[in-house]
Design a binder for this molecule. Structure first.
Ligand code: ZN
Length: 74
């Protein structure tokens, strides 16, 4: 009986450890981030005066911003 009670407390401790793993996984970036997309669009705007909107994938220019959703990179 005593051994069973000890096992239960070990199992409970393991649950606490495994619960932390998904939380840290949320902060690991997978592939390009939003910041990367915005920086790439900004580079395009500066060099070509025209870029693909990182928000809606529409066309945007440096002077008037996105033609579709109105986003502007300033
Ligand atoms: Zn847009």
């Amino acid at each position: 009986m005593t051994a069973v009670a000890t096992r239960e407390s070990h199992a409970r401790h393991r649950d606490g450890e495994s619960a932390e793993r998904p939380a840290t996984g949320l902060f690991e970036p997978h592939g390009p981030t939003l910041e990367d997309a915005i920086l790439a669009a900004w580079d395009e705007l500066v060099s070509a005066d025209h870029a693909t909107c990182p928000v809606c994938s529409g066309g945007m220019s440096r002077t008037s911003g996105c033609e579709t959703c109105g986003s502007q990179l300033t």
